[in-house]
Design a protein around this ligand. Structure first.
Ligand SMILES: Cc1cc2nc3c(=O)[nH]c(=O)nc-3n(C[C@H](O)[C@H](O)[C@H](O)COP(=O)(O)OP(=O)(O)OC[C@H]3O[C@@H](n4cnc5c(N)ncnc54)[C@H](O)[C@@H]3O)c2cc1C
Length: 433
């Protein structure tokens, strides 16, 4: 079936379509329905017509969805296309994480992670409340077992109070015993009351709805396989040509857009490398995080519990998280893997996870732990996730020098879910600010 979308691109800057005829292979969702096959978009047959879209956002995870809806809602004279290689949005990292709304306390004073996490947390709670996206402000405890860890907590406390104005408070031994008697914290507890949890799937459904409501288009099963900047002064000044492969049929077509946004998560470096010359190619490193579920009813905990952060570690430590039904899971650890598809939980990591968890939950019944799921952090180096210690790598969100109309997002690891709405604001600012 051929579907001609009713909404056509209305562009302010006319651009030439190089490949005028594209009988599209893109599966499109409209009005919230996901159509995997049999629904096709027919692109313009007119030679020398305008670009097909104002914005092409590559990657339908939570960040791409947040950006696409932000750009689509900006103006009705703009058209926005979201391209996702899978038959549904949000099936990669955005559905394989801890679903924690982070407070923004780990990432150093001048980092994008701090700025966007704090702003993103505020925007996320606002959106959740407005659109009834399930979430809960459960709060989080960071626990110290020795003097060195206590000093790490003190640094976080001072940073929050003196530099970023994020609420934190010390929890007394008496309060700890009353609220969470199973939790061990020999040398102190720092509480972050603004930390929460969210149903990330509902969030993505909400964002997709906002995108479509604003006239945006979602193309599923549509993998971007090549990108060509049009115009030389600078590259991209006459727009961008994208080759898109229908993941179900293997057919390819081309579309044009005035601007492109690379928010392809684990595929973002591949997209980057499609555009820049070989000497500027980057490499991605994959830090898998394994989760183990804990269906036992005891010990019962109702606050998120994190160990004190280890300088230079690739993650925040194997923590206790809760879902909205109160179920406990532990993870994620950090396991460097060679492939973004290496998503099977590595059960060999279980003894190490048990050792870490027992430090703060000594009564854990280890026989009850079960492999749950794993997610992979898209890293630009085998480096730390928090600002203290060696080799912290920040989010990369920038217009690339020497190009027009390209915003590149790399290293969007944690706290990318929390930051998604703030990242969207930032991208809009880079394009139009
Ligand atoms: C183990 C783990 C725990 C985490 N915990 C938290 C947490 O508690 N709180 C928090 O705030 N953050 C957390 N994060 C980070 C958060 O999950 C991510 O930052 C966020 O989901 C990234 O979203 P994204 O849209 O950039 O990436 P993704 O969700 O990976 O989406 C990218 C999309 O791009 C698509 N794509 C890739 N290449 C192409 C292509 N060529 N053509 C078309 N489409 C393409 C992919 O199919 C994918 O759907 C965690 C991450 C991990 C790994």
């Amino acid at each position: 079936m051929t579907l001609l979308l009713t909404q056509r691109s209305r562009l302010t800057t006319p651009l030439t379509i190089r490949n005028a005829v594209t009988s599209s292979i893109l599966s499109i969702t409209r009005t919230g329905q996901q159509q995997h096959h049999g629904s096709y978009r027919l692109f313009s047959h007119t030679p020398a017509a305008h670009a097909d879209f104002t914005h092409a956002v590559i990657g339908g995870g939570v960040v791409g969805l947040a950006i696409a809806q932000q750009l689509a809602r900006r103006s009705s004279s703009h058209s926005t296309l979201l391209l996702e290689r899978h038959p549904a949005v949000g099936t990669e990292t955005s559905s394989r994480n801890s679903e924690v709304i982070h407070a923004g306390i780990y990432y150093g004073a001048d980092s994008l992670k701090t700025e966007l996490c704090i702003r993103g947390k505020y925007l996320l709670y606002e959106l959740c409340e407005k659109h009834s996206v399930p979430h809960k402000r459960v709060g989080k405890w960071i626990v110290a077992q020795n003097q060195t860890q206590r000093e790490a907590l003190q640094r976080i406390h001072d940073f929050c109070v003196n530099e970023i104005n994020v609420p934190v408070r010390w929890v007394s031994a008496e309060e700890a015993q009353r609220r969470e008697p199973s939790v061990r914290a020999e040398a102190g507890i720092l509480e972050s009351p603004t930390t929460g949890i969210i149903d990330s799937h509902s969030l993505m459904v909400c964002l997709q709805g906002r995108l479509e409501e604003a006239g945006g288009t979602v193309a599923l099963a549509s993998a971007v396989t090549a990108i060509k900047p049009l115009g030389d002064n600078p590259k991209g000044s006459e727009g961008w040509e994208l080759t898109v492969r229908d993941s179900s049929t293997g057919e390819t077509s081309t579309i044009t857009a005035e601007t492109i946004i690379n928010s392809a998560g684990l595929g973002a470096v591949d997209i980057h490398n499609m555009i820049v010359p070989p000497e500027q190619h980057k490499q991605m490193f994959y830090a898998k995080g394994n989760y183990f579920s804990y269906p036992a009813s005891s010990p019962k905990v109702s606050t998120l519990i994190y160990p004190a952060p280890e300088p230079g570690a690739g993650g925040l430590g194997t923590h206790l998280t809760l879902d909205l039904a109160g179920r406990i899971k532990f993870g994620p650890d950090v396991e460097w893997v060679d492939s973004p598809d290496d998503l099977a939980v590595n059960s060999a990591r279980l003894p190490e996870a048990i050792k870490e968890v027992k430090k703060y939950l000594p009564d854990l019944d280890e026989t009850q732990l079960q492999p749950d799921y794993a997610g992979i952090r898209p890293k630009l180096g085998k480096l730390g996730a928090v600002a203290h210690g060696k080799g912290f790598v920040d989010f990369v969100i920038r217009k690339e020098e020497g190009y027009e109309g390209w915003v590149n997002l790399l290293n969007i690891e944690s706290p990318g879910l929390t930051s998604s709405l703030a990242i969207a604001e930032k991208v809009e600012g880079l394009l139009y600010g």
